[in-house]
Design a binder for this molecule. Structure first.
Ligand code: KIV
Length: 304
């Protein structure tokens, strides 16, 4: 685990919270780590009840809940609101706030300021940053401020345009070597774990074996130390094009649509609300009320 001994202490973990240091122990025991995204308190509570170790408030929220076509438009203010909701719902899992595009590109100082907002204002346990290269000094600065950082390499959606689209990364030997170098640099910079997105399985396996910190794969094969999926993909709530690495464990969208159709039909047929959904009042109060308002009722009936 690469939190530096001279770094200020991170925010005090809440009672019952999975200790961050446990993640390296899970890796050492070859016990897979479970990470899932969530964007609100009920979702976070369900992820906690299901035993997730890490809950990521992904900037995928821009697409899954805010209706954008990419993750780029997500703002600090939006991500803070979502992270605050998630930390209210998740007790045991560590909550990781994804730093949105623009929140860590400008300078180390700006990045530390924004990471601190996630911890102080939204109760996040850690933050995640995409990329290597210029991101390395941001990681060092944020870890130096006592905030744990998760790295993210491979397909990094915030720079999808530069990568030529949403494509698997590291598919040539040269690019795979660069990914391994980036992974080592992020570990050396102080990341406590690393997301590998859309990377060939043998490359992810090599990176995972090389690093002391846990790797969390999404489209990176089964040999990563853990796996992550996006809430809406996993549950069948997202209607857009699904990536190859998505497995839908439920079709919750269909269930919701059927329930809404049933509600709409009941409303239109006056089958809802029923007696048990309706409040009564004492008979004598009703008589008094009707007597007191009978004039108005007659006028209203005349107007109809
Ligand atoms: O934003 C997100 O949900 C992510 C995951 C895909 C790792 O970055």
């Amino acid at each position: 685990m690469s939190i530096r001994p001279h770094a200020p202490a991170p925010a005090t973990p809440a009672p019952g919270k999975l200790p961050l240091t446990e993640l390296a122990e899970l890796k050492a025991r070859r016990q897979p780590i479970v990470m899932v995204t969530a964007y609100d308190a009920p979702g976070a509570r369900l992820a906690d009840e299901a035993g997730a170790d890490l809950v990521l408030v992904g900037d995928s929220a821009a697409m899954t809940v805010l209706g954008h076509d990419s993750t780029v438009p997500a703002t600090m203010d939006e991500m803070l609101i979502l992270t605050r909701a998630v930390t209210r719902g998740a007790r045991r899992p560590l909550v990781i706030a994804d730093m949105p595009f623009g929140s860590f590109q400008v300078s180390d100082e700006d990045s530390v300021r924004n990471a601190i907002r996630f911890v102080k204002e939204a109760g996040a346990d850690a933050v995640k940053l995409e990329g290597a290269g210029p991101t390395l000094s941001r990681v060092r600065a944020i870890v130096g401020a006592g905030i744990p950082v998760q790295g993210h390499i491979g397909l990094t959606p915030q720079s999808a345009t530069m990568l030529g689209g949403y494509k698997a990364q590291g598919r040539t030997a040269e690019k795979a070597i660069r990914l391994l170098d980036d992974a080592r640099s992020l570990e050396a910079a102080g990341c406590f774990s690393l997301v590998l997105e859309a990377v060939p399985a043998p490359v992810a396996r090599r990176i995972t074996a090389d690093l002391a910190i846990p790797t969390i794969g999404i489209g990176a094969g089964v040999e990563c130390d853990g796996q992550v999926l996006v809430w809406h993909d996993l549950l069948g709530l997202y209607q857009g094009h699904a990536a190859r690495f998505v497995k839908r464990y439920a079709e919750v969208g269909d269930t919701i649509r059927s329930a809404l159709e049933a509600f709409a039909a009941d409303v239109r047929e006056r089958r809802f609300p029923e007696e048990q959904h309706t409040y009564a009042m004492p008979d004598e109060e009703l008589v008094t009320f009707e007597a007191a308002t009978s004039d108005q009722r007659e006028q209203a009936d005349d107007r109809r």
